[in-house]
Design a protein around this ligand. Structure first.
Ligand SMILES: NC(=O)c1ccc[n+]([C@@H]2O[C@H](COP(=O)([O-])OP(=O)(O)OC[C@H]3O[C@@H](n4cnc5c(N)ncnc54)[C@H](O)[C@@H]3O)[C@@H](O)[C@H]2O)c1
Length: 303
């Protein structure tokens, strides 16, 4: 047992399995009192059960830690509020929230139904909002706290997960908005893009070159929740962790600009844009083409 989070209260969503479970266990092992939220659903989001959250609470208690289960659905405002209220009622404060809960409903864009779009966006993006919304009101009063969202490298785009990629891009913008809006209240907000062996990553159709364990991701989350990270004023950042690798993503910024003399017309833009402003090549598109070549050569594509 360490002491990185001694005296802190942390709520973790999706904490019944995979990365969320590892985060909840690591937070408790580092001295935090933990709210373990999990709706206990299948990878597509069906068949809810309170068992997985309760099982993680028992694991934490067996290791000498302190935790409470909340089996609510994070995609509801009431669910997000209950997670935060449980922390306050049980432990009297809330220092960190970690929004890990997620589901997948894969389909090509041209075949995707509303039933495949809405629950994925609701679980990931709204499910981060509901918890951030309730937690940030408490943290603003406390004048301290840490919000952590979970994104994915697929926020860059995804062939058969337009719903998931859109939600994950949205989470980055939500985290950056939280970092900006809560800066003056001493609240930090950061995003983690993990690559770790779980039931979700087992779904990926290609060989992942860089992958690690949920415990690697948990170590980064514990650090980001700690006073060590807060002292470094880390906020508004997106970190990938994949086994031995930690990487920071660039902030979005304009790459090249050009200015018109007089009003723009389509004709002027057609003459001007390709040679001066140009394009920024899409790494995911290059990767897709490399994978198609590998598949054509009879090799298993990797990424
Ligand atoms: N595993 C990876 O390599 C990887 C890569 C990129 C991003 N991620 C992201 O990391 C997070 C964790 O993924 P994982 O691999 O551990 O997945 P997982 O399927 O093992 O765990 C997700 C957990 O979220 C819970 N959950 C789902 N909907 C919920 C809801 N509405 N309310 C509360 N709980 C709910 C599930 O019951 C499950 O226990 C997800 O946000 C995922 O998108 C994972």
């Amino acid at each position: 047992m360490g002491s990185f989070l001694d005296g802190k209260v942390v709520a973790v969503t999706g904490a019944g399995r995979g990365i969320g479970r590892a985060v909840a266990l690591a937070c408790a092992a580092e001295g935090a009192q933990v709210v373990v939220n999990d709706y206990g659903v299948s990878i597509e989001g069906g068949e809810p059960s309170s068992e997985v959250a309760e099982a993680v609470v028992k694991e934490i208690a067996a290791a000498g830690g302190e935790a409470v289960a909340v089996a609510d659905d994070v995609s509801t405002m009431a669910g997000g509020q209950r997670i935060v209220d449980t922390a306050l009622e049980r432990y009297g404060r809330l220092d960190g929230v970690v929004c890990v809960a997620g589901i997948l409903r894969e389909r090509m864009l041209f075949n995707m139904s509303e039933e495949e779009w809405d629950p994925v966006v609701a679980t990931h993006l709204k499910g981060t909002f509901t918890v951030f919304r309730a937690a940030s009101a408490v943290m603003r009063r406390q004048r301290s706290g840490t919000l952590i969202g979970f994104t994915s490298g697929n926020h860059q785009g995804s062939v058969a997960q337009a719903n998931y990629a859109s939600a994950k891009g949205g989470i980055i913008s939500l985290v950056r908005s939280a970092a900006l809006g809560l800066h003056k209240y001493g609240v930090t907000a950061n995003c983690v893009a993990p690559v770790a062996r779980t039931r979700m990553s087992a779904n990926v159709p290609m060989e992942l070159k860089e992958i690690g364990e949920p415990e690697d991701v948990a170590a980064l989350v514990v650090y980001l929740l700690s006073e060590r990270a807060r002292a470094e004023r880390i906020t508004g950042q997106v970190y990938t962790i994949a086994g031995p690798k930690i990487a920071v993503w660039a902030q979005p910024r304009e790459l090249r600009a050009g200015y018109a003399e007089g009003a723009w017309t389509p004709e002027r833009i057609a003459d001007f844009l390709p040679g001066t402003v140009g394009t920024d090549p899409m790494p995911m598109l290059a990767q897709l083409e490399a994978m198609a070549r590998a598949a054509a050569d009879g090799q298993r594509p990797n990424a």
